[in-house]
Each structure stands twice: as structure tokens, then as C-alpha cells.
Design a protein around this ligand. Structure first.
Ligand SMILES: Cc1ncc(COP(=O)(O)O)c(C=O)c1O
Length: 438
């Protein structure tokens, strides 16, 4: 009994909600936001009934995690600002008889985003965890699969804070990391040790853009009983179907393309049946949860991620091809261009490209590259990417790498191509190159 409502009123309300809920699903076949299922056991209607899974990813982005008629018909899920969950009686409290237990263990708001992402990942996804940043998603996913005494293989092209986590905290807890050549492919088998429990891939590397042979690495890892974790932020589930390629834990810095507006820090880890239980335990034991407003921004970003990514891809390719023709540029590291290591793997395994890539200048002084960057007016100089705006940063992987040598022809700059008019961006780059020559 809900305090403040008569039994009769409650019954009428319950029946009305159940009816409209059912009508909505009959009409839309959409996934509902997890009534009574909690983070551990979400099952969407679409997944329960395969005949209701005909939708393309763009439609799933729009429908996922929404159940308007469970929420008075409002299109978007409500944002629950809560901590305590009340139980009607002492007996209910002791038996934990409640749809939700406590804010940290999930709310309708967190379930809505988890459910939407789960729909997007596809049927092999057993659950999704939300974390307060992309880095928190990486570290939590690693902790969830590793124990003291284990060995971990990490691509030499990994995001630098990922390396720092492995070389710092994991090392202190007795977990050894070996870095490997991102282009190793099936050769990863030779690096597996008896205690190798996990292989971490990032494709492409977010500075150097090597595309890895994920299926070959996964086959070799699985043959030795290890699990595969992937930082899939660059392509997202829209352009790389991680679970279909053998990944067990697929990580996204939702700060980037899911958020899409440079106003959010959020991470997600999608797990298959093999890894979900330990991931879910790690999240709960570490007491990790995300604020409701940030979750809502993630949900809101998700709705338009398909069209934004398509535009980032189109503009990014146009800029990359333009740069490829410039005499100042030695190479463009964009997975959709042949000059990028692993381009053939990108063609085989990916269905698209986002707006992040790098350029290698012909040998020139660092000062000239700074003149190029400082002249740009549409490209901000700053970390992160995936927002609506264009960015440019200088970088050098030479001091980071341990398994491979990073020695490009000249200085390197990473570009994020935003949603500005692409011809304006090209004109801006042209002014930068002129300043560089001067
Ligand atoms: C490839 C990649 N993974 C993970 C992260 C970490 O995401 P966050 O900044 O949300 O911690 C970043 C951030 O730049 C990144 O580029």
C-alpha cells in the first residue's frame, strides 16, 4: 500500500498504468526501462520477444529506455533525485521487498540509460554499468576481471591514463601488465602467459589510430581462457559491433560522442554473459554511481548520436582527404584512408568512422606547428573530443610507448572535426598552414 492513497485508488491507478504500458509496447515494440529488474537482471520486451527486434540502430537510439505511458505519457523518462527508498512496513524493509533498494543500486533514470545502451549493443549484451567517467569505466572493468597474481596484456596504443592505472594501481595490487604491438593480431598468442586473464584492446588508438585485429586477438585470448576488454569510444556500438567481434567487456567514454555537447563526464561498460556478474559486483562493491542529471544528459545525447556521428564522419573524411593533398602533410592517420595502419581491418570490421584523426607533418620545427595551432580560430586547443566543436592538439607518443617505437616523419597533431560547416573548417586550416609557412 502506498501511504496517502486508498486501496481502491491504487488499484485503479495500477490497472490504468498496466493498460497504457501494454498499449505502448504493442504500438512501438520499445524497450521499457526495467520495471522491478534492477541493474542485475534487466530484460527488455524487445529482447524477450525476437519478433519485436526488427529495428535499425537509429530507431533503437530513439526508442531505447523510454516508456512514456509508465510516466504519464511524457516522452522522456523522469530524472529521479533521490537517495533513500522508503518501504511500507518493517517486514518489507527486512525482506527488501521493493522494486528499488537504494539509489546507489539503481533508479528508473539509471535503468533507462542502461536499457537503451543494452538495446544498442545487441542480444549478446547481458548488462550495462554506468560510471562517473570514461576512465572510471576502464579501471572498473579491469578490476572486475583481474585478481592478485594475474597478468594483463594491453595495447601499446592505449589511452595514457589507462596505462597509468595499469602501471600504478594494478601493479600495487599484484597484477602485472605487458604492453603489446597494436598490430600484433593473432601473434598475441605468443605473449599469453599461464596467468594471463585479460587482453585490453583500443581500436583505433586515440592518438595514433592503428586499427587492431580484434577478432584474431579475441580468438587467441579465448583459446587460453582470457577475456577481452575494449575501449570502443571512437567507433561506438554504431560503427563497431564489439560483442560480435569477440569482445567480452566493451567500454565507452560517454563523455565523448554519447554526451556529444562537451558538458558531461560519463563512462559505460557493456558486458556479455561471461563478464556481467563480476562487473556488476565490482560496481556495487566500489560504491560507484552516477548523478541523475548526468545520466539524463547521456540519454539526451544518445537520441541524436546517430545523426551527429554521420556528420562527424562526413566532415572528418572531407577534411582528411583535403589534408592528404597538402604539401605540408606527410600522412593522415585516419582509419578510412589507406595511409592508416590497419586500414584493411577497418574496412573489414567497422561500418563507419567518427570525426577524430591525426596528421603527421613533414619535418618542421615545433614552433611552426604552434604557429599553425595558434592561428586556428574554429579549432579549440584542448583535451577530450566527441562534442559539437572542433579541436586540435599537438602530441608525441615517443615517451609513452614501451612495446613499439613511435617515430613519425615529423610533428603530429590530433584533430577532432566538429559540426561546424566543413568548408569553414578547411578555410581555417588553410589559414593555419599559411601561418605555419610564414
Ligand atoms: C580513448 C579514450 N578513452 C577513455 C577516455 C577517458 O574518458 P573520460 O575523459 O570520460 O574519463 C578518453 C578521454 O579522452 C579517451 O580519449
Amino acid at each position: 500500500m502506498v501511504k496517502g492513497l486508498t486501496l481502491q485508488a491504487q488499484e485503479v491507478m495500477t490497472r490504468a498504468l498496466a493498460l497504457s504500458h501494454e498499449q505502448y509496447h504493442r504500438a512501438h515494440g520499445a524497450c521499457c526501462a526495467g520495471a522491478g529488474r534492477g541493474i542485475r537482471a534487466m530484460t527488455s520486451k524487445t529482447e524477450a520477444d525476437p519478433s519485436r527486434r526488427p529495428f535499425h540502430p537509429a530507431t533503437r537510439l530513439v526508442l531505447g529506455g523510454r516508456d512514456p505511458f509508465a510516466n504519464h505519457g511524457f516522452v522522456n523518462p523522469p530524472v529521479h533525485h533521490v537517495s533513500t527508498v522508503l518501504y511500507p512496513t518493517a517486514e518489507d524493509f527486512l525482506a527488501r521487498r521493493s522494486r528499488y533498494l537504494y539509489r546507489r543500486r539503481g533508479t528508473p533514470t539509471s535503468e533507462a540509460l542502461e536499457s537503451a545502451l543494452r538495446e544498442l549493443e545487441g542480444p549478446e549484451c547481458a548488462g550495462v554499468a554506468l560510471l562517473p567517467s570514461g576512465l572510471a569505466a576502464i579501471s572498473t572493468a579491469l578490476i572486475s576481471v583481474l585478481d592478485a597474481g594475474d597478468h594483463l596484456l594491453v595495447t601499446d596504443s592505449a589511452y595514457l591514463p589507462t596505462r597509468k592505472f595499469c602501471d600504478g594501481m594494478l601493479k600495487r595490487y599484484g597484477i602485472a601488465t605487458t604492453y603489446y604491438d597494436p598490430m600484433v593480431g593473432a601473434g598475441i598468442a605468443a605473449l599469453m602467459q599461464p596467468n594471463t586473464r585479460a587482453v585490453f584492446v583500443e581500436a583505433p588508438g586515440s592518438l595514433s589510430f592503428e586499427i587492431q585485429d580484434v577478432p584474431a586477438i579475441a580468438a587467441a585470448a579465448h583459446a587460453k581462457g582470457a577475456v577481452v576488454l575494449m575501449d570502443n569510444t571512437w567507433a561506438s556500438p554504431l560503427y563497431f559491433r564489439a560483442f560480435e567481434k569477440g569482445v567480452d567487456l566493451s567500454i565507452q567514454a560517454a563523455t565523448k560522442y554519447i554526451g556529444g555537447h562537451s558538458d558531461l563526464m560519463l563512462g559505460t561498460v557493456s558486458a556479455n554473459g561471461r563478464t556481467w556478474e563480476r562487473l556488476s559486483d565490482a560496481v556495487h562493491l566500489l560504491g560507484l554511481c552516477v548523478g541523475p542529471d548526468d545520466i539524463y544528459l547521456g540519454l539526451r545525447g544518445l537520441r541524436s548520436m546517430g545523426v551527429r556521428l554521420a556528420q562527424h564522419q562526413q566532415s572528418g573524411l572531407k577534411v582528411a582527404r583535403w589534408l592528404e593533398q597538402r604539401r605540408e602533410i606527410a600522412r593522415v592517420l585516419h582509419p578510412a584512408l589507406e595511409s592508416c595502419p590497419g586500414h584493411a581491418l577497418w574496412q573489414r570490421d567497422f561500418s563507419g568512422a567518427s570525426g577524430l584523426f591525426s596528421i603527421v607533418f613533414k619535418p618542421i620545427a615545433a614552433k611552426a606547428v604552434h604557429a599553425f595551432l595558434d592561428k586556428l580560430s574554429l579549432f579549440g586547443i584542448g583535451a577530450s573530443w566527441g562534442g559539437f566543436e572542433s579541436l586540435a592538439i599537438p602530441f608525441d607518443c615517443a615517451s609513452i610507448r614501451t612495446a613499439t617505437r613511435w617515430a613519425p616523419e615529423g610533428p603530429t597533431v590530433r584533430l577532432h572535426i566538429g559540426l561546424e560547416d566543413v568548408d569553414d573548417l578547411i578555410a581555417d586550416l588553410e589559414r593555419g598552414l599559411a601561418a605555419m609557412a610564414a
